[in-house]
Design a protein around this ligand. Sequence first.
Ligand code: TLP
Length: 344
Amino acid sequence: MKTIDLRSDTVTLPSPAMRQAIAEAELGDDVFGDDPTVNRLEAMAAKVMGKEAALLTTSGTQSNLAAMLAHCQRGDEVIVGDEAHILHYEAGGAFALGGLGLRPVRNDEQGRLDLQEVRRAIRGRDVHFPPTGLICVENTHNRCGGSVLSEDDLAAVRRLADEYGLPVHLDGARLFNAAAALGVPASRLARYADSVAFSLCKGLACPVGSVLCGSREFIAGARRFRKMLGGGMRQAGIIAAAGVYALENMVDRLAEDHDNARLLADGLSSIPGIVLAPPPQSNLVFFTAEGWDLGELVRRLGQRSVLCLDEGGGRIRMVTHYGIERADVEEALVRVRELMAAGA
Ligand code: TLP
């Protein structure tokens, strides 16, 4: 039985053409600034995001942490959404390694920050207070259902940050998905943030990596923190070649993943007992199943070679991505329907 792996878009494998690009990559020692393929990727990424400079990192987690360290001083507070990936899934690096406090404010179901709460969370100048150093936003928003923040949503955060002279970092691990959903270039979304991190290893189907973009000065600072975090990668053109290929060839196909997510969501919602929570806006599909222990449902689907994740909080997540075709979605739906019909 074919395995249909819907756990994450991180499971994507490089295509034959991407492997070819990796095999043929020109290499050098990137810690000396000598890897031509890394330099090419960083220049392309900066251009695509409309920023001065860019930095290849090992992962989205490393990009976000290097960004927080470069924007802030030890002891500062970083405002994040209470559903932010930075808060939930990055192993507490901001506190543990950065000496930074994470100050959560409410995310609405659309993944937007509650701006009243942000305003209240920004600290005044007082010897008692940890200074506020940064505001972080996320687009698409993972735990808010892969929701897409609009330009207006991002502009509103920018205006508020400007009132207080604060920088904004955009965790855009799936920013190209947001751009595809809105039908705008990614730079239109990135321009409301001082720095933006986007993933290579998710929908763009590269084996490894993330790129952090921002001003020349900011990237110079982040480069030192990347080194400190163990991210100086020598002949990293092996990784960057996949990124160059992906920026040229993998961005335009993301709309297919969104179509497949809608197909999946429509099919799931027609199965008795399944309730979508909420309908997908990009490539992430969340749902619950009434009368089921969700961990058990995920395990039983795994026995039928449909892989997905129990997200906790009463939700299962399925993700569409490169390598999942329309026919795979249809087949997954058949297997889910059969299992649900057999009962808990
Ligand atoms: N998200 C992964 C898991 O960590 C949950 C996934 O499968 O969705 N920002 C956002 C919004 C992310 O969704 C992720 C990865 C990251 C950052 C971190 O990227 P990596 O995994 O490259 O460190």
